[in-house]
Design a protein around this ligand. Structure first.
Ligand code: LLP
Length: 409
């Protein structure tokens, strides 16, 4: 049974009515199903079980401490991109030897901390970064194991703003430069190349680009006769935001990775984010006002683009569903918008939507990934609460940010 579903006319998350949580918790608020997150993680691990990968959850997709803790308990590692995420992952009980650190602009301070904490892997994204790691390691007489992130120049066939593996994207190092720099790495005595990593983009719905990545990697490893401990294949697995999206065939991909890794005798790492938490969260919002525009009705929510950025940032479409269903309809077009003073603060348009009124709740669906973690204080609005539901219990896993603190600077 899905964890977020209607029971008769009422939207439920696990065993709790969303309407009741909304009334108690105050809107807008994020609500997550802990069991959905766990199921997603376990399903992912099972899909790849022949490979026995290390699954490093991409903390940027949802960095709430309780969620990291819950995944950590199931055995997940973490993929982090800042010292903040690194310290949070450790605080959540994820062991350093399960943490990988990606990012094009890691500072010397961040690298020092990562080295001191002895994390599994720093995925270098430039020659200069490798040299800095070498310098830090030399000072403390260490040999640090690093990975190199490659930019394979492969089109992930996703939204252009979340594509990361094309030559014109800032991420990683091109294959050509890697061939050249490989000789230089050998001269850096305090680092050891133990891994290669790739991450070509997010919300990818076909295994075709992943297959191309494996071909590029195989060729490179063979040509340079690399002996690696890990290959980090990144994340990017898409979810179904709408009924039109066809799910990615992860089983087929897992078979490809299996035959790829068999020959290499190294540990495979994945960094999924969205596919673990995306469908586990909803954003519950109250209808503040409904007003007539010239050619449509504006349904003004109490949630704004600062609370949930994806529609404004990527024109992302998320279903907006009523918390209590009715068969009555409103005629014509309505547009759900938020209160922020920007025209892009809008969430979606509908024709012949069900009848809704001011003060009703609606839920924006599939916001567990890149929802709360992308939110901001724009328009001096406090960060909103997050609630985690487990069966018939719920708890605040982030309280609403204190307004007095917010206005102190
Ligand atoms: N590994 C690296 C190095 C990444 O940069 C990312 C995401 C991931 C793993 C996880 O990717 P996932 O499995 O979640 O697709 N804010 C955008 C998505 C940006 C993704 C950035 N990198 C959105 O809301 O669609």
């Amino acid at each position: 049974m899905p964890n977020i579903r209607y029971v008769s006319k009422n939207l439920f998350i696990e065993k709790l009515s969303v309407s009741n949580i909304g009334k108690k918790g105050g809107t807008p608020l994020y609500i997550y199903s802990e069991n959905q997150i766990k199921e997603n993680y376990i399903k992912f691990v099972n899909t790849f079980k022949k490979i026995k990968p290390l699954v490093c959850f991409a903390a940027k997709s949802n960095s709430n401490l309780s969620i990291l803790r819950s995944l950590g308990k199931l055995g997940a590692g973490a993929d982090v991109v800042s010292v903040g995420e690194l310290l949070k992952a450790l605080k959540a009980g994820i062991k350093a030897n399960k943490i990988v650190f990606s990012g094009v602009g890691k500072t010397e301070e961040e690298l020092k901390i990562a080295i001191n904490k002895k994390i599994l892997l720093i995925n270098c994204e430039s020659e200069s970064e490798a040299k800095i790691i070498n310098k830090i390691a030399k000072k403390s007489n260490k040999k640090v194991s690093i990975g190199f992130r490659l930019n394979p120049d492969i089109d992930a066939k996703t939204h252009k703003k979340i594509s990361t593996g094309k030559a014109n994207n800032k991420f990683g190092i091109s294959i050509k430069n890697f061939y050249f720099f490989f000789k230089e790495i050998k001269k850096l005595k305090n680092i050891k190349l133990d891994a290669l990593s790739v991450h070509i983009g997010s919300q990818i719905l076909t295994d075709v680009p992943y297959k191309k990545v494996l071909t590029v990697l195989s060729k490179l490893i063979k040509n340079l006769d690399l002996n690696l401990k890990h290959i980090d294949l990144g994340g990017g697995f898409g979810i179904n935001y709408s009924k039109k999206d066809k799910p990615i065939n992860l089983k087929r991909y897992s078979n490809l990775v299996h035959s790829f890794s068999k020959k290499l005798n190294c540990k495979i790492i994945f960094e999924p984010g969205r596919s673990i938490v995306g469908n586990a969260g909803i954003l519950v919002s109250k209808i503040q006002y409904i007003k007539n525009g010239a050619n449509k009705k504006f349904v003004i929510l109490d949630a704004g683009m600062n609370d949930f950025m994806r529609p404004a940032l990527y024109d992302a479409q998320h279903d907006i569903i009523p918390v209590i269903k009715t068969t009555k309809k409103i005629k014509g077009i309505i547009e759900f918008v938020g209160p922020i003073c920007e025209s892009t603060c809008k969430f979606g348009k509908y024709k012949n939507y069900q009848k809704i009124s001011e003060n009703d709740f609606v839920a924006i669906a599939n916001v567990g990934a890149y929802g709360a973690s992308l939110s901001s204080n724009y328009n001096t609005r406090p960060l909103i609460p997050e609630i985690l539901v487990n069966k018939n219990k719920f708890k605040f896993i982030r309280k609403k940010q204190n307004l007095l603190k917010l206005i102190s600077a």
